[in-house]
Each structure stands twice: as structure tokens, then as C-alpha cells.
Ligand binder design. Structure first.
Ligand code: CTP
Ligand code: MG
Length: 170
């Protein structure tokens, strides 16, 4: 795949990862439950609205790509399978995001505290794992995706912080 196709492929995951920052808020997914370690299951940063917004936005991005750029977004897959890939990327992304928060709380890290590599890349690991049910990129494509995602994540979070969308720049 060329770089543009690779970016289009992963785009639904990026949208699913960004939407909660824009549209999240309200009731936390863990309903404020604590585990025996004394820390929250997930914490206040993981909200039901963020989860719904991420899934919906990721799917919407996939549907748009499949309609508007059928020859660039996974051209070797049927329309149906493209939508499946978008769904798997979005649900993997959100699962990875929740898993990251779960691990951070078990390590006594508060919401907003940085956790290097997990914050930037766990969502991608899970998005790729889920999407591998339908499509598996090559090794070199996967390496490109990790590099690209790390760089974009750092830059976009600095931007989101400057725009007052996030409390911390990571
Ligand atoms: N967000 C949300 N619902 C989600 C994920 C994120 O509402 N499922 C919103 C929250 O407003 C959150 C913001 O997006 O504060 C940033 O998300 P993130 O960086 O993942 O949260 P952190 O505050 O860093 O918390 P954690 O340590 O749990 O990752
Ligand atoms: Mg964070």
C-alpha cells in the first residue's frame, strides 16, 4: 500500500480515538466503581458519551471513505468488508483506550498522568488486532503505522491542549 492508502486505512481508528476528546463527558463508564486496590476501575476520563461518540464517529468515517473513495480505501475489499474493518478499527481503538486506563489505574496513575507508549500506541495495537479479523497489513506497513501514529498523537495532543480541548498536552 502507498502512504495515502495506509493513512486512509487507519483513519477510522484515528477518528474513533479523537472523537471522545471532542464529544465526551458526563457519566463515567465505571459508574465510579473502585477495585480492592482502592483505585477507580477506569476513572472519570472514560465516559459513556465518549465511548458512543468514538464508535459512531469511527463507523461514520468508514462509511464516508467506502462511499467517497472506493478505489483508495481498501479497494481490494467489498463495501461490506470495508464497513467491517471500520467497525473493528473503531471498537479496537476504544477497547485499547479503556484497557490503557484500566492498566494506569492499577499502577496508581491518575487520569491525565502520562504513561509513555501506552497513551500513544495501545489504541493502535488493539485496532490492528481487531481489524486483523478482516485485513492484516504487511510488517513494514505496521511499522510505518506505529511511527506515524506516535508522531501524529504527540502533535495532535499538543494542538488539542493549545485549543483548550485537553487539560494536559499528552
Ligand atoms: N474521553 C471521554 N470518554 C472516553 C475517552 C475520553 O469522555 N471513553 C474524554 C474525556 O473528557 C477525557 C479526554 O477525552 O478527559 C481525554 O482522554 P484521555 O487522554 O484518554 O484521558 P486521560 O485524562 O488521560 O485519562 P487516562 O489516564 O484514563 O487515560
Ligand atoms: Mg491521557
Amino acid at each position: 500500500m502507498d502512504l495515502v492508502s495506509l493513512i486512509l486505512y487507519i483513519f477510522p481508528a484515528y477518528v474513533a480515538n479523537s472523537a471522545p476528546v471532542l464529544f465526551g463527558g458526563g457519566a463515567p463508564i465505571d459508574f465510579k466503581r473502585h477495585l480492592p486496590d482502592g483505585n477507580r476501575l477506569l476513572g472519570n476520563s472514560k465516559t459513556l458519551r465518549g465511548l458512543g461518540a468514538g464508535l459512531a464517529a469511527g463507523m461514520f468515517a468508514g462509511v464516508l471513505l467506502a462511499y467517497l473513495l472506493p478505489n483508495m480505501f481498501l479497494p481490494f475489499l467489498s463495501f461490506r468488508l470495508k464497513i467491517w474493518v471500520a467497525f473493528l478499527l473503531a471498537s479496537g481503538t476504544l477497547f485499547g483506550d479503556l484497557l490503557g486506563s484500566f492498566i494506569k489505574r492499577r499502577m496508581n496513575l491518575k487520569p491525565g498522568e502520562p504513561f509513555f507508549l501506552t497513551d500513544q500506541l495501545l489504541f493502535l495495537v488493539m485496532a490492528l488486532a481487531f481489524s486483523s479479523l478482516v485485513f492484516i497489513p504487511s510488517y513494514s506497513e505496521i511499522i510505518y503505522l506505529f511511527l506515524l501514529t506516535f508522531i501524529l498523537h504527540v502533535l495532535l495532543n499538543i494542538l488539542a491542549h493549545r485549543l483548550n480541548l485537553k487539560r494536559v498536552p499528552w
